[in-house]
Design a protein around this ligand. Structure first.
Ligand code: PRP
Ligand code: URA
Ligand code: MG
Length: 216
């Protein structure tokens, strides 16, 4: 499903089921165990949606009834690239859907005072330019981190239209900043929040995703 007024943004269907999951992970009283469990459920939905955007070719198989089934087969290879640390939380969801998928890492950290991103490290599959890339980071706030990560991918030869940026929460400002730099990357998200606060955190948001998933 694509959503107006954002071009090249795919928003998961806003069902009661999905809203219920977000209600749990946004609740500040939710324990870390529950935060992980319910975030993982949303991540799985994002990955399944992302896979649905990949090209397929017609494929016919013979069934046990003696009849053929005219279906499709996936075309091309996928890899994941997580923006460390919080993005690593999305790796298992991708592994659960794509057996032995290759995963690259880009370590980018937002400065706590200025919210400006800093790149520390990258390690990507050698053949990444030949793959469809699922860029993984749960939060798209100002867009600075994702822009920096996408720059790394483009410099490695990945075509923007082969990148799918999966995140749990974003906002209009982040979408616009990101798409100003990379209009051809598809953003796949579960929620568009109302904006950013003074500390450049998403609101209503859920706080620091990495802290809630890994630490507190
Ligand atoms: C968070 C988040 C994104 C970034 C989003 O990471 O996981 O990478 O901030 O903000 P932006 O869109 O304004 O750049 P953070 O730097 O807090 O590090 P973490 O993954 O260790 O939590
Ligand atoms: N990073 C987070 O973890 N949360 C936000 O709201 C913004 C950046
Ligand atoms: Mg980060």
């Amino acid at each position: 499903m694509s959503t107006e007024p954002f071009k090249n943004v795919c928003l998961l269907p806003q069902s009661n089921q999905l809203t219920g999951l977000y209600t749990i992970i946004r609740d500040k009283t939710t324990t870390r165990a529950n935060f992980v469990f319910y975030s993982d459920r949303i991540i799985r939905l994002l990955v399944e949606e992302g896979l649905d955007h990949l090209p397929v070719v017609k494929k016919t198989v013979a069934t046990h009834t003696g009849e053929d089934f005219e279906g499709v087969g996936f075309k091309g290879n996928v890899c994941g690239v997580s923006i460390v640390r919080a993005g690593e939380s999305m790796e298992q969801g991708l592994r659960d859907c794509c057996r032995s998928v290759r995963i690259g890492k880009i370590l980018i950290q937002r400065d706590e005072e200025t919210a400006m991103p800093k790149l520390f490290y990258e390690k990507l599959p050698e053949d990444i330019a030949d793959r469809y890339v699922f860029l993984l980071d749960p939060m798209l706030a100002t867009g600075g981190s994702a822009i920096m990560a996408t720059d790394v991918l483009i410099k490695r030869g990945v075509k923007p239209e082969r990148i799918f940026f999966l995140n749990l929460i974003c906002c209009e400002e982040g979408i616009q900043n990101y798409h100003k730099a990379f209009p051809d990357v598809k953003i796949i998200t579960g929620c568009v929040d109302k904006g950013l606060n003074e500390q450049r955190y998403l609101v209503p948001g859920l706080g620091d995703f990495g802290d809630r998933y890994y630490c507190i």
